[in-house]
Design a binder for this molecule. Structure first.
Ligand code: GLU
Length: 504
């Protein structure tokens, strides 16, 4: 094999997902197995969603999971820069090269035109929204529009007939009719590349030999193959890993399950247990052993044993594994040290002190006040959630809407959470103090009263707060995707009152 080079290419657009750790572990194992290099590239070309804090969180999460890279934005390397926002001129150059070679073209479609095309496609049932109207403009017509400074994107000229066939090293032969592939945009009107262009230009320039990524990208791969062909570049080997699935059999989603690596760190999982667990996902070792170190995993790693179908993210299994690690890898002294490092330390307690200073008659009451800070599974009861005349299904909707609004805040700050809770009361036209607050106390603390709620949420941080909303919703029943979409729609209209029968 030529020098193996693999990469992960996360986008810094949200909490560091456990899926990134999962994919990293397989890339890292592959690199180690074949004495190759493991590269970290940050794909931050989505300017509206990317944020340096999210990038920092990706580094932190990977390091916590003991994943280290040979080249990356923080340490550099021969093929840098490794942050796509620093490589814009490169993508532009390659997109223009394809235009010159008539393998791509400038498309001047306006927003209105695109909307119109989408409507037409909907009524005629054609899969592609874009009708390729700018594909065959004459040079004079193009020049005229350029002189008029009309804005344009660059699109790939996808062959109109035939098939795109590629061999996925895990899934086998994948065939896609070319008629199903749009003339994809490569360069946007603001000069930023799309994911497809930047991703393959970088994989080529960074000499990536194997693209090991999640199954959700397999539908993009035919587009990538077409690009490699347009540039006449050698293609890497593609390996699409089984998706991590939630209990419902759907892709693990933060709207339904904890997905942030920090959630697992903050609720007291050991990183070795989590990484062991993640390597079990979508992979079966020859000897069916389930507990092993990462070094052992690498030693025995056989990529042909990667599964082809989704991998259930079974929290109970993770809990079991974590316990095995606590028993077998930590001495009593280690356990004490780890507990201190986790939450029994001055830093954490200093945050709690202002919240209890005036609220306890004896020191013993400290624990009564703050039990919920140290417990993952709260003792929810029906009585706790029986708040005025609010029915269970109404409580679910109120909590879900609150969770959606909190989701928009990168870091939970007490005053913003408080504002959001008032907003919820206004949106549903319900009493803040008599309905919203008791529901929140029940959800976050598993009790009717406690220390200041909003400060407590800030201390618990977003991942644990989100998990509590999800747990409370699960306790109360469940919520359908249809209902979720209705809530989202009504949130845009800023009126959720129709979900509540009994107003206050
Ligand atoms: N930026 C993509 C992501 O967020 C990269 C996908 C790939 O590995 O090609 O995961």
């Amino acid at each position: 094999m030529t020098d193996v080079r693999v990469r992960i290419a996360p986008s810094p657009t949200g909490d560091p997902h456990v899926g990134t750790i999962y994919i990293s572990l397989f890339n890292l194992a592959f690199a180690k197995k074949y004495n190759g290099k493991f590269i970290l590239r940050i794909e931050d070309t989505d300017q509206t969603r990317s944020h340096p804090t999210f990038e920092k969180n990706i580094f932190e999460a990977l390091k916590w999971a003991n994943i280290h890279w040979d080249e990356g934005p923080d340490i550099g390397g021969t093929f840098g820069p490794y942050r796509q926002s620093e490589r814009l001129s490169i993508y532009k150059k390659y997109a223009e090269k394809l235009v010159e070679e008539k393998k791509a073209y400038r498309c001047f479609a306006t927003k209105e035109e695109l909307n119109e095309m989408r409507q037409v496609a909907k009524t005629t049932g054609t899969p592609s929204g874009y009708d390729r109207r700018y594909r065959n403009l004459s040079d004079a017509e193009i020049q005229k529009r350029l002189d008029e400074k009309q804005s344009y994107v660059i699109r790939l000229k996808v062959p109109l007939t035939g098939e795109c066939v590629f061999e996925d090293a895990i899934k086998g032969t994948i065939t896609t009719p070319l008629a199903d592939i749009d003339d994809q945009v490569l360069l946007k009107s603001d000069g930023f590349p799309t994911y497809h262009l930047a991703n393959i230009v970088d994989d080529h320039l960074m000499k990536i030999t194997h693209v090991i990524r999640g199954d959700e990208w397999i539908s993009s791969t035919p587009k990538h193959i077409l690009l490699y062909e347009a540039f006449s570049w050698d293609k890497p080997t593609f390996m699409h890993m089984p998706l991590l699935l939630g209990k419902d059999g759907k892709k693990l989603s933060k709207r339904k399950n904890p997905t942030s690596t920090f959630y697992f760190k903050e609720t007291g999982y050991l990183s070795d247990a989590l990484t062991n667990f993640l390597t079990l996902m979508g992979y079966s070792s020859k000897d069916e052993k389930e507990i092993y170190s990462f070094d052992d995993f690498v030693k025995n790693f056989d990529p042909t044993r990667i599964g082809t179908s989704g991998a259930f993210f079974d929290i109970q299994k993770l809990d079991w594994l974590n316990q095995q690690y606590i028993i077998n890898t930590l001495s009593e002294k280690d356990l004490l040290d780890r507990l201190k490092k986790w939450q029994f330390n001055d830093d954490f307690f200093k945050k709690l002190i202002p919240l209890c200073h005036t609220r306890m008659k004896t020191f013993m009451e400290f624990m009564e006040l703050f039990d919920f800070m140290f417990i993952n599974h709260l003792n929810y009861t029906d009585e706790l959630f029986t708040v005025k005349q609010t029915a269970k299904n109404e409580a679910i909707i109120i909590l879900y809407a609150m969770m959606l609004l909190l989701e928009k805040q990168d870091m939970l700050k007490a005053e913003n959470i408080e504002k959001t809770s008032h907003e919820i009361a206004d949106l549903f036209k319900i009493h803040h103090k008599k309905i919203v607050m008791p529901l929140l106390y029940a959800t976050i603390m598993g009790k009717k009263f406690g220390p200041p709620l909003f400060k407590s949420c800030e201390i618990l941080k977003k991942d644990r707060v989100r998990a509590r909303f999800l747990n409370a919703i699960e306790f109360l029943g469940s919520i359908s995707n249809k209902k979720i979409n209705e809530i989202k729609k009504q949130l845009e209209k800023k009126d959720l009152s129709m979900f509540i029968k009994q107003k206050d």
